[in-house]
Design a protein around this ligand. Structure first.
Ligand SMILES: NC(=O)c1ccc[n+]([C@@H]2O[C@H](COP(=O)([O-])OP(=O)(O)OC[C@H]3O[C@@H](n4cnc5c(N)ncnc54)[C@H](O)[C@@H]3O)[C@@H](O)[C@H]2O)c1
Length: 302
């Protein structure tokens, strides 16, 4: 296959000053994309700002390597932050084609020891951050020949110890992804999500909820650079799917599908029927179907 080129793509990447977001930014810039490197320089749990300016550092590294990048230290959890990111794309590069919502925070704690403010902070960064940036970017994505959104969720939405606040907010991003995918169908905007695993500072902060063996494996084998190629594919014009989620770690890529079992149908349903036929309700048979937003498009013949 010929090398994929992103020279016509202007992309905003949030949380791109560190970890996985930095890998997205460096890969896409190295393939010609113009990148808005968004990063507030947030503390790992979102409780404040670290004081450094990681967005500037990454944008400088990209431009020093001959790429196109601009830094934006906006806070994605605010409406002004979302608008500032879109303005940075338009004022620097004159257009906007894609958004990768990657900024994230985490702290592990049992669900009943997390104050409401912290639940809200996780929603503000993950759910509202994604929603507000998508809303500010949307008219420009509609005008793009290949409008794309890649959201970042987590396996924690399916259950991880001490991560109710984090996992719950990522579950909200999953629901948003599916619904925005529907809203984007007419304009051809593809909205997908990734659930990455990589040995970043965020993984280190989750060490309490993971075994020492898993942590060591993450540090040594799961690199942010393993995650970026799928995000780049989902940003590309070649992407034919929408409303999908992909698990990514260490070079492994698989689809996370929501499956409807065939189940049972009984208009005279009673509680005893449910009890008696519970195995049938649960059974994942060959005719169980994934719930999709839209079938993958057939790529145009070249
Ligand atoms: N590392 C993993 O194994 C893993 C697993 C599942 C999901 N994720 C998700 O991947 C994404 C990237 O995580 P990472 O591991 O690279 O973490 P990271 O901590 O290395 O990077 C996250 C970046 O987001 C930025 N950020 C946080 N809040 C912000 C805000 N309000 N405005 C702007 N920037 C903000 C931080 O400053 C930081 O640079 C996150 O959404 C995370 O939830 C990571």
């Amino acid at each position: 296959m010929t090398e994929m080129d992103f020279a016509h793509c202007v992309v905003i990447i949030t949380g791109a000053g560190r970890g996985i977001g930095r890998a997205h930014a460096e890969l896409l810039a190295s393939r010609g994309a113009a990148v808005v490197v968004g990063d507030l320089g947030a503390a790992i749990d979102g409780s404040g700002v670290d004081g450094d300016d990681p967005a500037r550092e990454v944008a400088d590294a990209i431009t020093a390597a001959g790429g196109r990048a601009v830094a934006c230290s906006a806070d994605v959890s605010t409406e002004q932050g979302a608008v500032a990111l879109v303005d940075a794309a338009l004022s620097t590069f004159g257009r906007l084609d894609a958004v990768i919502n990657n900024a994230g925070i985490v702290r592990t704690a049992p669900f009943d020891q997390v104050p409401d403010e912290e639940y809200q902070r996780h929603l503000d960064v993950h759910y509202f951050g994604t929603l507000r940036l998508c809303r500010a970017a949307w008219p420009h994505l509609v005008n793009s020949p290949a409008g794309r959104v890649v959201n970042t969720i987590s396996q924690a939405m399916l259950g991880n110890p001490g991560m109710s606040h984090y996992g719950g907010s990522k579950g909200a991003v999953f629901g948003l992804t599916r619904n925005l995918a529907l809203e984007g169908l007419e304009a051809g905007i593809k909205v997908n999500a990734i659930a990455p695993g990589a040995g970043t500072r965020m993984a280190e902060a989750s060490a309490d909820s993971l075994s020492p063996e898993v942590m060591e494996y993450m540090r040594t084998q799961l690199r942010p650079e393993h995650v970026a190629p799928v995000a780049a594919y989902l940003v590309s014009a070649a992407c034919t799917v929408t409303g999908e989620v992909f698990n990514l770690a260490g070079g492994g890529v698989n689809r996370l599908a929501v499956l409807n079992t065939v189940g049972i149908h009984d208009p005279a349903l009673t509680v005893e029927t449910v009890a008696d036929r519970f195995d049938e309700i649960m059974a994942i048979t060959p005719d169980a179907v994934p719930q999709i937003v839209a079938p993958a498009e057939v790529p145009a013949a070249s």
